[in-house]
Ligand binder design. Structure first.
Ligand SMILES: *Cc1c(COP(=O)(O)O)cnc(C)c1O
Length: 385
């Protein structure tokens, strides 16, 4: 699917892959095919393979072709949310008795899916520090089917060496899954580094405008792609046509947005690193970050997510969140507008008391693409200086 795009650069592929002019009118943007079913030319006479929009819809096909090309994969699949994509992946790959290694720092909803949902169907999991390949190797059992990685991780911005874990996975004969939501395919290409499956919450940087919820899977193995497509249709949590269209539109500016997110985040970390009320700044772009060298090797830039710890503990961290004005207090991330949140009480409340619990004095920023000067001024007033 993506072979014809392999000679073009990312910015070009983002705009053109899957975006062929509409065959009927020549419309340069794929129309929103807001339709459930398709007229057949005689029984079984499908036009372009479309029969029912759970199975396939032209707007979703455009997005799925684009996703495969962006990640350098053979098959892309679009879902109603990131968690719907994860659920489809887990139920395709795993059965009762199987085991998965998951990171000690993961999106709270991913942890909840393992801990509260798939565990009920006899799927077992254990936690490892995925930034340390030895820790992952030690967590493998003879029942392990997959290693799950998030890099950079949410909310602690930990970095995992994807190529090193691909080697561990290959040796063990298990699949490596990489949640690429924080980096986006512009900054990081997990399949090229040896991963088997890329997962996205398209709600975040792919959509980029806080106006759509969506998820994606991309794989380079065509047979696995077929199996996933079978389950996507059988389970039915597909992306609707308007949602697919919004993400396809968002992706056209992904490269310029990620450049600006990364520049603004760098400015923010420079200010926070010098601030008296900030005890730690967590950002892979900082030379003192333990994963900095690996991030510099496997990422094009360091992205727009920044976390920091506030002197004075939980109350002080919550107060900073409440005082921010330009940074909107809210969950989610990856939109053009800046967001601030307290992971312990908000996005990561579901990991409280587990091995994934996050520090109470932690604040997470999704640094948007507004003026960096305005963002710095708002953070300074929120920190009380
Ligand atoms: C948001 C998010 C998800 C879940 O995606 P939804 O679209 O909210 O279902 C998964 N992984 C990461 C890293 C996320 O940030």
């Amino acid at each position: 699917m993506s072979d014809s795009y392999s000679r073009q650069n990312f910015e070009t592929v983002a705009i053109h892959a899957g975006n062929t002019a509409d065959p009927l009118t020549g419309a340069v943007v794929p129309p929103i095919y807001q339709v459930s079913t398709y007229k057949q030319d005689g029984v079984g006479g499908l036009r372009g393979g479309y029969e029912y929009s759970r199975s396939a819809n032209p707007t979703r096909t455009a997005l799925e072709e684009n996703l495969a090309a962006l990640e350098g994969g053979r098959r892309g699949l679009a879902f109603a949310s990131g968690l719907a994509a994860e659920d489809c992946l887990l139920r395709t790959l795993l059965g009762p008795g199987d085991h998965v290694v998951i990171p000690n720092d993961a999106y709270g909803g991913t942890f909840r899916l393992f801990d509260k949902v798939v565990s009920r169907w006899g799927v077992d999991w254990s936690v490892a520090d995925t930034s340390d390949p030895a820790s992952v190797r030690a967590a493998l059992t003879d029942r392990t089917k997959a290693i799950w990685v998030e890099t950079p991780s949410n909310p602690l911005l930990g970095i995992t060496d994807i190529a090193a874990l691909a080697q561990v996975a290959r040796e063990a004969g298990v699949r490596l899954v990489v949640d690429n939501t924080f980096a986006s395919p512009y900054l990081q290409q997990p399949l090229a580094l040896g991963a088997d499956v890329v997962v996205h919450s398209m709600t975040k940087y792919m959509g980029g405008h806080s106006d759509v919820v969506g998820g994606a899977l991309v794989v380079s193995d065509a047979a696995l792609g077929e199996e996933l497509a079978y389950h996507q249709n059988a389970m039915g949590a597909v992306a609707g046509p308007f949602d697919a269209w919004l993400v396809l539109r968002g992706i056209k500016t992904l490269a310029v947005r990620m450049d600006r997110h990364s520049e603004n985040a760098t400015r923010v970390t420079e200010m926070l690193s010098r601030h008296a009320r900030v005890t730690h700044v967590l950002y892979p772009g900082l030379p003192e970050h333990p994963g900095h060298e690996i991030a510099a090797k496997q990422m094009k830039a360091f992205g727009g997510m920044v976390s920091f710890r506030v002197a004075g503990g939980e109350e002080a961290a919550v107060e900073v969140c409440n005082r921010a004005k330009l940074f909107t207090l809210g969950e989610s991330l990856g939109g053009v507008e800046s967001l601030i949140e307290h992971p312990g009480r908000m996005t990561h409340a579901s990991v409280a008391g587990s091995a994934l619990e996050v520090p109470a004095d932690l604040v997470r920023l999704s640094v948007g693409i507004e003026s960096a000067d305005d963002l710095l001024a708002d953070l300074q007033q929120a920190l009380g200086s």
